[in-house]
Design a protein around this ligand. Structure first.
Ligand code: MEV
Length: 310
């Protein structure tokens, strides 16, 4: 049996903008997906998905998961004529929008096949396979999710014309965050396409927002490097406002973001695709983290207490 892992992630700055070539910052979180691959007699391949989930997520993503799996099998050149492969997905990362669930599963599957078949994939190769898999979930992935899922850690990421640029960043020490789950399953394909369409329709409105996002992420990088968490939180608040301007937030996300700020979070924003999924609050120290998480839970939403920079 072959095994593999993929890291869950939180985008700290510039989801969506990253699709259009603007740098972004992403961190792995302390939750993962694991894949086990069993080779059996017969032909074909199947996934048994045992991951915990936001209700409805797996059913909604089933067709995309199948497309993604087929793409990865083809890309890896796996022979499913003379073998049957059973993939079991597990781990503590909740299958939900906003935590890189699809990318984590793709990286885990790539690693598990490499392990089972002795393919000797480097991280770079795992990342390429996971990127191919991500195309099954949405047509034009920037590559940030599979990069975070493959490498983990804290990453500065920029999509370039025909390549991807990543730099590892270091945090002085890990920092507590809370991720609040709206429970709404988002469709990345639709939300990403919506931004493109609106940007083309209203270039004069969108140009300054994109310029601000490009400047903001440079400031955020310095704040992470100098461990200026107050200013970092303020930058997260500003990033949320830019994401609202490009129309990817929603009432539930805005409500959880406001709630986290009212409870003392240094900053809060939506994360990932938006229009549902997760928000993230910067809550350095475990008392603040607990206060924000329990207020989110009191409102009936699920809260994930985790860390960035691990
Ligand atoms: C989704 O986690 C992040 C997006 O920026 C899409 C992408 O980068 O491919 C919305």
């Amino acid at each position: 049996m072959g095994t593999g892992i993929g890291f869950g992630k939180v985008i700290l700055f510039n989801e969506h903008f990253v699709v259009h070539g603007i740098p972004a910052i992403v961190s792995a979180i302390g939750a993962n997906t694991t894949a086990l691959v069993e080779r059996q007699n017969g032909s074909g391949a199947e996934i048994k998905d045992n991951r915990p989930e936001t209700p409805g997520y797996k059913a909604e993503k089933l067709a995309e998961q199948k497309e993604s799996f087929d793409k990865m099998l083809r890309f890896m050149g796996i022979d499913t004529q003379h073998n049957h492969f059973k993939v079991i997905l597990e781990g503590d990362l909740i299958a939900a929008s906003g935590v890189g669930a699809s990318a984590a599963s793709c990286a885990a599957i790539a690693r598990a096949f490499s392990d089972e078949l002795g393919l000797g994939f480097s991280d770079e190769r795992v990342n390429e396979v996971a990127y191919e898999g991500e195309k099954g979930y949405h047509g034009t992935p920037s590559g940030i999710d599979n990069t975070a899922a493959t490498y983990g850690g804290l990453i500065w990421y920029k999509r370039e014309a025909n390549s991807q640029h990543m730099e590892r960043m270091k945090l002085k020490k890990p920092v507590e965050i809370v991720m609040g789950n709206t429970g709404i399953v988002a469709d990345t394909k639709v939300v990403v396409a919506g931004v493109k369409e609106r940007r083309e329709k209203e270039p004069e409105k969108y140009a300054p927002v994109f310029e601000n996002a490009a400047q903001l992420v440079q400031n955020a990088r310095k704040q992470l490097e100098t461990f200026d968490l107050q200013e970092l939180g303020t930058s997260m608040n500003k990033n949320h406002a830019l994401l609202q301007e490009i129309g990817v937030s929603c009432n539930e996300l805005d409500m959880l973001v406001d709630l986290a700020r009212d409870c003392g979070a240094f900053g809060a924003k939506m994360t990932g695709t938006g229009r549902g999924g997760y928000m993230v609050a910067l809550t350095p120290d475990s008392d603040l983290q607990e206060r924000v998480a329990s207020e989110i839970e009191k409102k009936g939403f699920q809260a994930l207490r985790t860390m960035i920079g691990i």
